[in-house]
Write a protein that binds this ligand. Sequence first.
Ligand SMILES: [Zn+2]
Length: 268
Amino acid sequence: MNIRLLGTGAADGIPGFFGNDSVSRFARENGGKEIRSRTAAIVDGVMKIDFPPDTLNQLQRDSLDALDWTALVFTHSDDDHIAVNELQYALIPFTDLDHLPYTIYANRVICDEILGRYPDWPIELIETHSFESFSHGPYRVVPIKATHIDEEDCQNLIIERDGKRLLYATDTGIWPSETFEFLKGFVLDLLVIECTDGFNESVYKGHLNIESVIQVVESLRTEGVLTPESRVVTTHHGHHGDARHCDLERALLPHRIEPGFDGMLIEI
Ligand SMILES: [Zn+2]
């Protein structure tokens, strides 16, 4: 199983859409791994995770084909994770397809948003719930509850195939105790985890910074959810975190945590 990080930037990306901070300026001047589009990923080239407004550019950049998707799985409804109007380009009159060629898995809020926008579309739309697993082809997916928006079942995703298991944890905050307890039943080959706030601390508790990522990772190592062989990679970096890619490497690599970057392909 592999996962490609298509985007590793927070809500307004890096450089920030209208950002004039030092991280955004450095990114504009240096390019490369400093450029972070909105957070999304794809498993084995077929299971798409989230649908940000940068999706088309991400596919063009990495020479990927949306027609390869068999599933589109959503984590939550923030605008950097679902660009609902972009879905229209899958069908007539933009293509000759008369039905959406992949299954959408999403929480209630997103299902309502999609059905509201496309009430007459032939879509296979399946509502997901935290702690209730579902199967899609050779994959088993177990959504777990994130701490992000109080009114919504925001989900991180355990994805399993052929004895391999990853956890994709974007927009997660510090998990509620029920999520930590639930995770104790799993051993992960890979954890992809958000690091939105970088070196800074936010009053909003729906995100993690470098310090809290390290705390979460160490507690998962103590519980055996992460083993010495498990890889840990970060995503969803915000320019307000005051962390360039090289700063993230200095802060995270000593803890055996790898800063993710756009286009990163991870095999497990
Ligand atoms: Zn986000």
